[in-house]
Design a protein around this ligand. Structure first.
Ligand SMILES: [Fe+2]
Ligand SMILES: [Fe+2]
Length: 343
């Protein structure tokens, strides 16, 4: 996984205070020169690297986006990990373990990328554990049966790929480079989910019904993963200007719908939207209204599994305290030994 459009402000931030409307402070001559060098680099589609000058708002936006992304990766491990012990075969269990492990790796790359901007991992995790930082709303829904695992791979990881491929061209170097590897792994996640569903759709009537039921429950939530409509995304334009965001929420959502409709046809499932139809004039599919009230309720902590997910993360952090302490003590001992040897 996984992203929704990470332009959603974290808990303590006022959506209106972040973004284009902020009045820029008067710059000193030196700052103005740095700003124009930065702008020129962005205009030339160049990369910004960790030690280089960048506007504070750019740095803050990246820390928020990359940390929300990292949180989503590690919270995203939870709904699927629930099925590792219940996978229907050894093969499916091995695939699922590998996938969940990949998500942990994605979290690690992304926390490391965010740390290059001067925010510590402890600070970011504190934001997650105190409920201040956001993560993708999709993980606050339960995975009720085995078909959900396939549908999460096909649709949730599929939506994530759509969102994340443009991030490989993001203007911030460490984030862009992390996304190249992440996207390769997401592609495997999407395929394993789709393949698991293809097998179920060749099975019994009950198995086919399970797949359809899971598709019905996840479809609209996946469309919401791309974030609010462009008209309600005040931060998107600034993200585009900075080369962080390359394609708008609505355009990504449209690409996802157009790519998924033929896949659903091959699979033999119906997407639960009576308004979904090909629009010849636009050369794209029309689709129905997304329930944004439900999306915002979930983002703001009131989805079916928000408390459970956060509780699991806090417990994992607390249970791992002894490992962190032991690693630090070991590192300190090594350092003392090296100093002694050097003396
Ligand atoms: Fe994934
Ligand atoms: Fe991932």
């Amino acid at each position: 996984m996984y992203t929704q459009s990470f332009s959603v402000p974290d808990g303590s931030e006022d959506a209106k205070s972040v973004g284009l409307k902020a009045v820029p402070k008067a710059l000193s001559a030196q700052d103005a020169a740095l700003q124009s060098a930065f702008d020129a680099r962005i205009d030339a589609d160049g990369r910004i690297e960790p030690r280089e000058w960048m506007p504070e708002a750019y740095r803050k936006t990246l820390v928020r986006q990359i940390s929300q992304h990292a949180h989503s990766e590690i919270v995203g491990m939870l709904p699927e990990a629930n099925w590792i012990s219940r996978a229907p075969s050894l093969k499916r269990k091995a695939i699922l373990i590998a996938k969940v492990q990949d998500e942990a790796g994605h979290g690690l790359y992304l926390y490391s990328a965010a740390e290059t901007l001067g925010t510590s991992r402890d600070q970011m995790l504190d934001g997650l554990h105190t409920g201040k930082a956001k993560y993708s709303s999709i993980f606050n829904y339960p995975t009720l049966n085995w078909a959900d695992v396939g549908v999460v791979g096909w649709l949730v990881d599929g939506a994530a790929i759509m969102n994340q491929v443009p991030l490989c061209r993001c203007s911030y170097g460490p984030y862009a480079r992390a996304m190249v590897r992440v996207c390769k792994e997401e592609s495997f996640h999407q395929r394993q989910g789709y393949e698991a569903l293809l097998v179920m759709m060749q099975g019994t009537a009950e198995q086919k019904a399970m797949v359809q039921d899971a598709v019905n429950r996840w479809w609209w939530k996946c469309l919401a993963m791309f974030g609010p409509p462009d008209a309600d995304s005040p931060n998107s334009a600034q993200g585009m200007r900075w080369g962080i965001k390359r394609i708008s929420n609505d355009d990504l959502r449209q690409k996802f719908v157009d790519a998924t409709v033929p896949q659903a046809k091959v699979l033999g499932v119906t997407l639960p939207d009576p308004d979904l139809k090909w629009n010849e004039a636009r050369g794209q599919h029309d689709y129905g209204q997304i329930d944004w009230d439900e999306f915002w309720a979930t983002v703001n902590g009131n989805g079916p599994c928000n408390k459970e997910r956060l509780g699991a993360r806090v417990k994992a952090w607390n249970d791992g305290a002894w490992v962190r302490e032991a690693a630090l003590a070991h590192a300190k001992k090594q350092q003392v030994r090296q100093l002694k040897e050097a003396a």
